[in-house]
Design a protein around this ligand. Structure first.
Ligand code: ADP
Length: 245
């Protein structure tokens, strides 16, 4: 697409754990404003790839460039500051705090220290915007501990948005959700992708069919197929390793 700029450029990536190649020569380009799905069977290397991008795992070879900056060798908090946010499979929500307090805390992570020391009145624009985007405005003053599973996942996405990242990495955002919650999450991802670049690790094929545009299939640490969702689903190699269960 003309004018679309590369935000994330991964080249020749390799991750070796005790002689085992978890990532074995991956090239991946994500353009600004893309909603990219990353799929593949268990052990394909999806989480490892996210861990490398966010500085949690150091690759044995290759480069990861974000908006032109090399990320390999940088510390996690530096990468967050460059504008990359991720969700984890374990919850990072403080149950005793209200929804809005959780969002406020997340937003604070990216503020300078003097902003922490200054008394704040009311809800910042960033937090109000995040609340509205994830549809939790009515629950703003409730403790996060009373939220349903789905609402908690949306809060975590809201906490990411409140940090104003340029790139969001979401690890299985619809895991354990009801059908209704999945639909709402799909709509939420579509909304978020209007002004962010989003990479989603997801297993659910039906969800993919409805909400994905660009898909990258990983298999045994390599990119097996890449393309739009219809193309990828129709590919016999994908059916063999991924759908042919
Ligand atoms: P996926 O997220 O696609 O299920 P992972 O990235 O979690 O796959 O894992 C890819 C492979 O790397 C798996 O075979 C896994 O067992 C292995 N692996 C992941 N993390 C480690 C680690 N810290 N030490 C050793 N092996 C690991």
């Amino acid at each position: 697409e003309a004018g679309a700029r590369e935000l994330l450029e991964i080249r020749g990536l390799q991750v070796v754990f005790d002689g085992f190649r978890a990532i074995d020569g991956v090239d991946l380009t994500v353009r600004q404003g893309e909603l990219r799905f990353l799929i593949g069977p268990n052990g394909a290397g999806k989480t490892t790839l996210i861990d490398v991008i966010t500085g949690l795992t150091r690759p044995s070879a290759g480069s990861v460039r974000f908006a032109g900056t090399e990320l390999v060798g940088r510390k996690e908090h530096r990468i967050v500051r460059l504008g990359i946010g991720r969700t984890f499979q374990t919850s990072v929500v403080f149950e005793e705090l209200t929804v809005v307090e959780n969002l406020d805390l997340a937003a604070t992570f990216r503020r300078p220290l003097w902003a922490l020391l200054r008394r704040r009145r009311g809800v910042s624009d960033t937090v109000a915007e995040a609340l509205e985007t994830v549809g939790l405005t009515d629950l703003a003053e409730r403790p996060a501990g009373v939220l349903s599973h789905g609402q908690r996942q949306w809060l975590e996405i809201g906490m990411l948005i409140a940090q104003r990242p340029r790139l969001l990495l979401l690890d299985e955002p619809v895991a354990g959700m009801s059908r209704q919650e999945r639909e709402r999450t799909g709509e939420l991802l579509t909304t978020i992708a209007e002004d962010h670049t989003v990479v989603v690790v997801e297993h659910d094929m039906e969800f993919l069919r409805r909400y994905a545009s660009q898909v990258t299939v990983l298999h045994e640490g390599r990119v097996l197929v890449e393309g739009d969702v219809a193309q990828v689903r129709a590919d016999p190699r994908v059916q063999e390793v991924y759908l042919g269960r």
